[in-house]
Design a protein around this ligand. Sequence first.
Ligand SMILES: [Zn+2]
Length: 524
Amino acid sequence: MKWVIVLLLLVHPCFAQVGVDIMIQHGKIIDGTGNSWFYGDVAIKDGKIIAVGNLSHLNAKKIINASSLIVAPGFIDVHTHIEDDEVKNPFASNFIYDGVTTVITGNCGLSKVDLRKYFLFIDSIHPAVNVASLIGHNDVRKAVMGSVNREPDEIEMQQMEALITKAMKDGAVGFSTGLIYIPGTYATTNEIIQLAKIAAKYNGVYTTHMRDEADSVTQAIEEALTIGRLADISVEISHFKLSGQQNWGRSKETLPMVIKARQDGLDVTIDQYPYTASSTSLSTLLPDWVFADGQDSINARLNNLTIRKQLIKYMMGKLKKRKLKHYSYTVVANYKADTILNGKSIEAINLLMHKKHKAKAEAETILEMIEKGGAGMVFHGMSENDVKNIMQYPFNMFASDASIRVFGAAVPHPRGYGTNARILSKYVREEKILFLEEAIRRMTSLPAQKFHLKNRGLLLKDYAADIVVFDENEVQDLSTYEKPHQYSTGFKYVLVNGKITLENGNQTTERNGKVLYGEGHQQL
Ligand SMILES: [Zn+2]
């Protein structure tokens, strides 16, 4: 009789004491769908969510008290550039402290070409975040043709196609272009269409840093949409913006193009970092033909007096268009030849060096820096109104466009530390541009759906336990242009595949990220 009762206790559901690894209790749950928050618990076992709701009947080895805190899926940052920095800091702390549990790298045409090798490498360094990658057009083109300024011949085209086919089978989530960078800028629309078709075959996404984000932005959007239509591929326009004062306000013109394309049946979405400054290479201030065939050829061109004069004239014209008298908007982020200049504007550098306080003299300084290998820059060139207008578009995701930061190194753009916290503090809490649930949807289920990241981006049974727990009243980005190396605050817990990676606001030693493969992935 006694044994029968014991047996009953064990098998009857009312008495079953399911053991879970972690229980997040009494949180305000925002599940990532965009639906309103509700009070509840989340149970985690073996790296997965096993239940969401009122789970007071379950036993847990570890309890996280989330009273008065938000519990949401971990954030997915669809636009990053982590190559070569992941090995310097596999803890990816700038992302973890900002609530990011998954990054997609290989953007703007820049990626590793052999993704099989790259994914094995990622597994070997055990990063704290999950990593997915695109295959980048620039690096594929460089591998086949170097940095020549011409169209590929038939054999070169086949070689590029073969590299992209392999990358998609290796597990890329899509194909990226960077049409302002060398050598991607030398490609015609047709070349991109042909290559994007291959990514489409494996259900990849076409992501693009467009040919222009300034005066010719509408033509650039048109090109991206054309590629989407003719290659029959889902399109993601990266870091959607308007650069240069003369283009401020034109989001009224550019967003409707995206909306119309969707109405016409093209799956196009966009992403954005929530700042009015961009960050890219100093070389983008000059025409792209200057940069063909490597540094020696670049210097030979710059040392030709006729060309030099022509370039100064070109730069003066561009500056005038921006209605600026000085290069005050261009700030050095990372200049390897002289790190003292990091954090200073080109105008300030000239004053520091007692050079003429004239735009022409500043343009000379820029050319000298290019001769010494160039620099990473921060460009203050967007309007807050456009940033907010773009932010309100429902199919816009938030993405940092950043690398894994090495704490204290150089003076990089603050977006690498603060993108998500800035959305949640400045734009949700303070300015009320977005509802919290909507902001979370854009950081979680929207990117997961777009890039086919299965079982990610929602708080649902059987989904991966990538979870953030944060205080909506406290969450804050602290990283600034002047002092970028500051982690966001307000995130209390971050779980990556069920392991506690941030605890009571401090990063732990867990590094439980893994490679997330695209749908074309074929295991060897
Ligand atoms: Zn880019």
